[in-house]
Design a protein. Structure first.
Length: 237
C-alpha cells in the first residue's frame, strides 16, 4: 500500500518543480507587503496611469514540455504566481515566441486599489464583439450569414448596438452557433474561432467519449483576450 502513496508524492514533487522552473521573478519590490491572496488577474489597459497601483514584481513565464507552451497556459501560470505574490493586475511587457527559444511572457504585477480597478473597468469597451482566429492560419466564420475571414494572427471587431443581434456560425448546420444580442452598456465579448477537430460536442450514448466537431466558437477570458491584442500590436511594430 505504501508504493502508490510514494509514487503519488513523487509525481506531486516533480510537478511542482516543473511548474517552478517555468516562472522567474526578474525584479521584486523591496517595500511591498502582501495584504492577502487575490484571485483576480486583471489586464491594466493604460500603463501611463499608475495612480492607485503598488508595484509587486516583474515576472517571466516560459513554456515547457511539461508545463505547456501555449500562450494561454503560460499566462495561466503567471496568474497563479500573481495570486501567491499578492497582486491583482498585470501590465503586459513582451511576448517572445520563436523557433530558437522557449515562448516567454513578461508581465509587471501590481496591487490595485478598488478605486483604480473601477477606473480601469470604466475604460473598457462596451457593445463590441471580437473574434480571434488561429495562429499562422486564416480562419473563416459566418457573421449574420456572411462569410468573414479572420487574418492569421489577427482579429475581427464588430459593433453590437443595443437591440441588434450578431449571429455567428462555424462549421455549417452541424457546427458551432452563437447568437448575441446587444444591450445598453454590455461589456465587450471575445471569442476564439477554430476549425474541425476532436471534442467540443456531447458524445453519443455508448461511445468512448471521443467526438468530432466541425468548428468551435469559444468565449475567452476578457483579460487574456485584451493581452492577446497587445501581443498582436507588438508583432506589428
Amino acid at each position: 500500500m505504501k508504493f502508490p502513496y510514494l509514487l503519488c508524492c513523487c509525481l506531486v514533487i516533480l510537478g511542482a518543480r516543473s511548474y517552478g522552473q517555468n516562472i522567474d521573478i526578474l525584479r521584486k519590490s523591496d517595500t511591498f507587503e502582501r495584504k492577502g491572496k487575490h484571485r483576480d488577474f486583471v489586464y491594466w489597459n493604460n500603463p501611463a496611469d499608475t495612480a492607485g497601483l503598488e508595484y509587486v514584481a516583474t515576472l517571466s513565464s516560459k513554456g515547457s514540455a511539461m508545463g505547456g507552451s501555449s500562450l494561454w497556459e503560460i499566462w495561466s501560470h503567471a496568474g497563479n504566481r500573481s495570486a501567491r505574490l499578492g497582486s491583482n493586475v498585470f501590465i503586459f511587457r513582451s511576448f517572445t515566441d520563436s523557433d530558437s527559444t522557449k515562448p516567454e511572457l513578461v508581465l509587471d504585477l501590481y496591487l490595485a486599489s478598488e478605486e483604480a480597478l473601477q477606473r480601469n473597468a470604466g475604460r473598457e469597451e462596451k457593445n463590441v464583439v471580437y473574434l480571434f482566429g488561429n495562429k499562422g492560419k486564416e480562419m473563416s466564420v459566418k457573421v449574420n450569414a456572411t462569410q468573414k475571414d479572420i487574418p492569421a494572427n489577427g482579429v475581427l471587431r464588430f459593433a453590437l448596438p443595443a437591440g441588434e443581434e450578431l449571429k455567428l456560425n462555424k462549421g455549417g448546420a452541424t457546427g458551432a452557433w452563437r447568437n448575441i444580442r446587444g444591450e445598453e452598456g454590455k461589456a465587450a465579448l471575445y471569442f476564439s474561432v477554430s476549425g474541425p477537430g476532436l471534442g467540443g460536442a456531447v458524445p453519443p450514448a455508448g461511445s468512448m467519449g471521443i467526438s468530432l466537431n466541425s468548428g468551435r466558437i469559444t468565449e475567452m477570458n476578457p483579460h487574456f483576450a485584451r493581452m492577446m491584442m497587445a501581443v498582436q500590436q507588438q508583432r506589428i511594430k
